[in-house]
Design a protein around this ligand. Sequence first.
Ligand SMILES: [Mg+2]
Length: 261
Amino acid sequence: MEMSGTARLQGVKAVYFDLDDTLCGYWDAAKAGLRAAFDVQPVPGKTTDEMIEAWAKEFRRFAHELKTSHWYEIYLTQGAITRVQLINETLAAIGMQDPELAWRIGDAYGVERDKRLKLFPESKEVLSALHQHFPLGLITNGPADVQRQEIETLGIGDYFDHVFIEGEMGIGKPHASVMRRAENAVGCKGKEILFVGNSYAHDMLPAIEVGWQSAWVRRSSDVPPSSRTGKPEDKPEDGPSPDLEMNDLRVLIEALVPAQV
Ligand SMILES: [Mg+2]
């Protein structure tokens, strides 16, 4: 980790975090959980690798449909139904129809993913250090039940004064109204707020657009199972730059916490 020479961020009064792949390894848990689900609920005549590939193909299509159709309202409150729907469509794509097997795979995926969800090694140290100096909040996309379960599984609820979940708000990042809600909650705005997140499009851009400071977490593990490139997200060439970039959250301590004298 490169610690020396980290720029100090001036004027920050509140810090918001994204959750998945910022504080915890969501994609790692998702990939391992998916593999375990197809291992324990095998699809006749297909290997686990073939099923993961078929699932990834459907995911790329369904992820868009999910946000733009009647599925969105269902997805907001509970993750299980759309998770199973995606398995149903994966089975359909390989010429199978077995709703009961789809439920078993979908359930297994939810359970196996949650079991494997872990904070990054430095997350607690950083939350605990920052919590002594700043109000902290979470702004996370995803179904209400899944996100609440993640906070519970990770044991980090007590660090946050404010929690904003897409599933509970009915709207998610990158909508500016989400950032406005978070501003009102802490009574700060503009450069007084720092947003820490892993997604350029969903975390950094909306934060920069409402005038917040921004810290981009870029880790090599940040690759979805549906990725075609196998690489983490790049910054678009003409996009604005976040104030900080890091692959270890401890950079935030150096940038934000007053030195002990
Ligand atoms: Mg994230």
